[in-house]
Design a protein around this ligand. Structure first.
Ligand code: ASP
Length: 315
């Protein structure tokens, strides 16, 4: 059993500095070597370390590409991959890897920590050990191992900002894998995708600004798919439709998702051809939009790809 550990940064490998926690080379690496020396990690592993290590708040789709490239390059050299990552954008990265690694045949386990390995009673050590163990006997796909739970890569969300048990995921009957007969990595390009949330008194002109310039929009609607049906918002969504840019609607509620057509106040979404994101998380919808924009060229191909589940991202 051989695992490639890809260390990207995040709290797990941070130290205290004058400005607060910041990544430091050697923290995760030393812990892994110590755990192996103690016999707590079974099998062999190699390390691939990002330069520089980052707080995941600074992650971009180019960082997703870097991780996906490491996995693709070594897909046949290792039995599994463990990715250590900051928790703030971990759910975006796990979704992005799921879409990008088509036909993945190995487990990819993302993990991190709420308290650095350099602090007493941290959760990093346990999460690291659990991730290494899960990598050994887990189905192919992109998973998040955190606080004793193995979670679906496109259904997961960070739901607590300080507790060790910081992640949860909605159930899914589909594996977190982009099925295909052959393994193939897709790259993320450079697209502008704002995530806009419906609010009381939402300004149509801000949405209009985005509709005129963005490459796609994630619209976080209320409950089962409503938003203020003001004339300027209707106008803005029509602009997006005329420009052929995809707009995908998801719910601000953590569970249940949207059901377009339930309320008259949501009818403008259907009239403007907004894509039904069902119960996808905003993180998965954002990563999928980036993936679809990067992979497909025409508005129709993009709409078709967004409307169907690729990796169990909606039920
Ligand atoms: N800000 C940190 C990060 O996302 C938080 C963490 O890792 O828990 O890199």
């Amino acid at each position: 059993m051989k695992t490639l550990v890809i260390h990207t940064g995040g709290t797990i490998g941070m130290v205290q500095t004058e400005k607060g926690f910041a990544p430091k080379a050697g923290v995760v690496e030393d812990c892994l070597i110590e755990l192996q020396y103690q016999g707590q990690i079974k099998g062999r592993f190699d390390l691939s370390v990002a330069m520089p290590l980052i707080d995941s708040a600074n992650a971009t789709p180019q960082d997703w590409n870097w991780i996906a490239t490491r996995i693709a390059k070594h897909h046949s050299d290792y039995d599994a991959f463990v990715v250590t990552h900051g928790t703030d954008t971990l759910a975006y990265t796990s979704s992005a890897l799921c879409f990008a690694l088509e036909g993945l045949q190995k487990p990819v386990i993302l993990t991190g920590a709420m308290l650095p390995l350099t602090e007493p009673q941290n959760d990093g050590r346990r999460n690291l050990l659990d991730a290494m163990a899960t990598a050994r006997d887990c189905a192919a796909g992109v998973w998040v191992q955190f606080a004793g739970q193995k979670l679906h890569g496109t259904r997961v969300r960070k739901s607590h900002s300080s507790a060790f048990d910081a992640f949860n995921a909605s159930p899914s009957s589909a594996l977190p894998i982009h099925q295909a007969a052959e393994f193939r990595r897709h790259s993320y390009g450079d697209f502008n995708v704002p995530v806009l949330g419906a609010t009381p008194g939402m300004s149509g002109c801000v949405v209009q600004f985005c509709a005129q310039r963005a490459d796609g929009i994630v619209l976080r609607c209320y409950g089962s798919g409503t938003l203020p049906d003001s004339p300027d918002l209707t106008e803005a969504l029509k602009t997006a439709q005329q420009r052929g840019i995809p707009v995908i609607a998801v719910s601000q509620c953590a569970e249940g998702g949207i059901s377009l057509g339930t309320y008259a106040a949501g009818s403008l979404l259907q009239e403007a051809g907004v894509i039904d994101g069902r119960d996808a998380t905003a993180e998965a919808a954002y990563a999928k939009l980036q993936y679809v924009l990067s992979r497909h060229q025409t508005p129709k191909a993009r709409r078709d790809a967004l409307a169907q589940p690729l990796c169990g991202e909606f039920s």
